[in-house]
Design a protein around this ligand. Structure first.
Ligand code: NDP
Length: 498
């Protein structure tokens, strides 16, 4: 393990970089070179989390009373700084999380888009006015910040996901404690540096690294934290949503996916193949919106499988820092073991391993967590690989009789994040849109991504609480207050109040 000359990073609390209470630290290693440390980080505990909550509470009042257009000024500065540092931040993502540098650059661009969008909201924090049923009365609504909010994020988009929570939360006037995934704290440090340089007042945004069970849980349990925005596994999200609800907190939990593409016989096959391969193997399949299933109309099944294997075999696997690489390593040992275990499960369940299926250990591959892009065909909907989130470069292929059968298979899982259909038939596309059980629906496009000014999130086990991004984000990070003003000179004869 190479740790000499490696920087040990600190928490950011109350505008200062500070060590954890325990003084303990841990190392994070590059997934492409697993003995190379990318840095040391604080192993914080509940005490550190509560210190950060206290700092946020101290900063809250002034920040909440700063006019929203003035708050936007800080975000516009952060946008400019992130633009200037975009390449350095993208490289950090790649050496820490492992994804190809092109994907990392796209992630930074996405983060910049959300900062820009949230900053614009500083002049658009609309309530509404409406005629009152009472005479001489003005009735309207305003938006107020929630207060102190906990931001708990995963490792797979270590810049974009925190930013799409932090930027809307800040513009709405909240003070934040950010707990990033333990695997990707360096990206979080970079994000803090951006906001620090933007001059955000001390305590408005705090960073605490360390285990979720301690730091994250302390945020959920603290009575001073009024809201939690979480992205991660369905298991932790469900637990955290329940715990937060018991304490009457506002919680949003974005969780797993098992996203399916339906490929109908009339589709543009070349376009569909491109979208499916990109959806399944881009970012090594470690996206919540990754394509995990393809459900193919039976008349084109054999032709599709042949073409899919041909395209998959041309993908270049390697260190994501090389711009020509298509599929980079898994994020860490846990992810590597989990994906290989699922590949074993698929083979045991009787699915046909049509391509890949192995960890790569020869030569330079032995330095990282590489797994071949893998395709299972003849998968049936009751198999575990058909139902559970694998979160790696593994695609499962199903045969369907027709659109109705394909939608039944698509909807047969617990998850409901994203989905897609490839067809030239508008009638069938609309039938699909109206019946598929996912929060995001694509037609003739991959299951991936989304635009920052549109809501992002899922149904069923994929999401609970208000959607992220879009105008919904500002609804989550505010409370709506209803105001009635009686401006009559004399007391009115009131009918009845409810
Ligand atoms: P987790 O749900 O375990 O972690 C997500 C975040 O929650 C991390 O910051 C984590 O901290 C924190 N956390 C963990 N336990 C608690 C707790 N008890 N209270 C509060 N916060 C907590 O996901 P993983 O990163 O471990 O990934 C596991 C699997 O989840 C993946 O393989 C994938 O299937 C799925 N996943 C889905 C994502 C999506 O976008 N849909 C994103 C990431 C993962 P820490 O890192 O310290 O454990």
């Amino acid at each position: 393990m190479t740790t000499t000359g490696v920087t040990t990073h600190k928490n950011f609390i109350g505008g200062k970089w500070v060590e954890s209470v325990s003084g303990r630290t841990y190392q994070v290693y590059n997934p492409a070179h697993k003995t190379e440390s990318v840095g040391g980080f604080q192993t914080s505990n509940a005490d550190d989390a509560l210190t950060a909550v206290a700092a946020a509470k101290d900063a809250l009042n002034d920040w909440a009373n700063t006019p929203a257009p003035a708050r936007a000024g800080f975000l516009f500065r952060a946008l400019e700084i992130m633009g200037r540092r975009a390449d350095e931040i993208a490289q950090t993502i790649t050496i820490e999380e492992g994804k190809p540098i092109g994907d990392a650059r796209g992630e930074v661009r996405r983060a910049m888009n959300i900062i820009e969008y949230a900053a614009g909201e500083g002049r658009r924090m609309f309530g509404y006015t409406t005629p009152s049923e009472l005479p001489n009365t003005v009735a309207y609504t305003i938006k107020r910040p929630l207060g102190v909010v906990g931001i708990i994020t995963p490792w797979n988009f270590p810049i974009a996901i925190p930013t799409w929570k932090i930027a809307p939360a800040l513009i709405c006037g909240n003070a934040l404690v950010f707990k990033p995934a333990s695997s990707t704290p360096l990206s979080a440090i970079k994000l803090m540096e951006v906001f620090e340089e933007a001059g955000l007042p001390p305590g408005v945004l705090n960073l605490v690294t360390g285990p979720g069970g301690q730091v994250g849980n302390a945020l959920v349990e603290s009575p001073d934290v009024k809201g939690i925005s979480f992205t991660g596994s369905t298991e932790i999200g469900t637990e955290l949503y329940g715990n937060g609800a018991k304490l009457l907190k506002k919680v949003q939990a974005e969780m797993g996916g098992k996203n399916a593409v339906i490929l109908l016989a009339d589709a543009d096959m070349d376009k569909a193949l491109g979208g499916i391969v990109q959806g399944a193997f881009g970012s090594t399949g470690q996206r919540c919106t990754a394509t995990s299933r393809v459900i193919v109309e039976e008349s084109v099944y054999d032709e599709f499988v042949n073409d899919l294997i041909d395209r998959t075999s041309k993908l270049k696997v390697g260190d994501g820092i090389d711009p020509s690489v298509d599929v980079s390593p898994l994020c860490g040992q846990g992810q590597y073991d989990k994906v290989l275990e699922y590949i074993g499960v698929g083979a045991e369940e009787g699915a046909n391993l049509a391509y890949g299926g192995h960890g790569l250990i020869e030569g330079d591959y032995g330095e990282g967590f590489y797994i071949e892009p893998t395709v299972f065909t003849d998968v049936s909907p009751d198999m575990r690989i058909a139902r559970e989130e694998i979160f790696g470069p593994v695609l499962t292929v199903f045969k369907a009789r027709d659109l109705e059968d394909a939608i039944r298979i698509s909807n047969s899982v617990d998850f409901g994040l994203s989905s897609s259909v490839y067809t030239r038939d508008l009638t069938r596309a609309f039938e699909y849109i109206n019946t598929v059980e996912t929060g995001m629906v694509h037609v003739n496009a991959p299951t991936l991504g989304g635009e920052v000014h549109l809501p992002f999130g899922g149904l069923k086990a994929s999401g609970v609480g208000q959607r992220e991004q879009g105008t919904e984000a500002f609804d989550f990070f505010t409370e709506t207050i209803t105001v009635y003003i009686d401006h009559a000179a004399a007391a009115r004869q009131q009918a009845r109040f409810i």
